[in-house]
Write a protein that binds this ligand. Structure first.
Ligand code: ATP
Ligand code: CA
Ligand code: CA
Length: 182
């Protein structure tokens, strides 16, 4: 199974970050608006089991994503299964019929930069997340045998990009916290 290996950081100086990304000779992909609706399982609480199920809709189409429990929380490392959806509008009814409950929808604008580091293709994203703020993510998708090496590469790139301490919370977690405090 493929693993998602990533770190997230709050962005305080976007111009400085963009300049540092430019030093990595990135390929910038088209920016996207992503709307992610998260669901909770009828008989296990995904907050407790550290899993996630969501439907993502964007200009590039729709995908369903399952994330499994993290193996490592310093550089978040977890199984990820992502599949395209031909008829995304039918899925909420299917999930609700099965007992999955809608948690919330996270909307963001994502700029995406592809960079090469060692043998890895790395995605650096700059996200403007509704109600949450501006963040950067560094992500590699790799299999288990390369996870340790990929984690090192993520940490090295974070340093090169001048990104400080990683943000351990998820966008959904931060959105729910924000809504509780208003
Ligand atoms: P991606 O990296 O796949 O593009 P993203 O960057 O938009 O996703 P993340 O914050 O990295 O969003 O991941 C979504 C997170 O939501 C996951 O870490 C998941 O564990 C978390 N999550 C899922 N369900 C819940 C829940 N009910 N309460 C709190 N957090 C949840
Ligand atoms: Ca992420
Ligand atoms: Ca990711």
């Amino acid at each position: 199974m493929q693993l998602e290996i990533e770190q997230k950081f709050r962005v305080t100086n976007a111009d400085d970050l963009l300049a540092r990304i430019a030093n990595l000779s990135p390929q910038e992909l088209a920016p996207v608006e992503q709307r992610d609706t998260y669901y909770n399982h009828p008989s296990r609480d995904f907050r407790t089991t550290d899993e996630a199920l969501r439907i993502r809709r964007s200009g590039n189409g729709a995908v369903v994503t399952y994330k499994g429990p993290k193996y490592d929380t310093v550089v978040k490392t977890r199984p990820e299964i992502e599949l395209p959806l031909a008829e995304p509008e039918s899925w909420p009814a299917l999930l609700e019929a099965l007992g999955f409950g809608e948690v919330a929808t996270v909307s963001k604008h994502r700029r995406r930069f592809q960079v090469t580091a060692g043998t890895f293709d790395v995605e650096v994203a700059i996200d403007r997340v509704d109600e949450v703020g501006k963040f950067a993510e560094i992500e590699i998708v790799a299999d288990q045998s390369q996870a340790g090496e990929a984690q090192k590469v993520v940490l090295e790139l974070a340093q090169q990009l001048g990104l400080g301490e990683a943000e351990p919370r998820s966008y959904l977690g931060m959105l729910l916290e924000h809504r509780e405090t208003i």
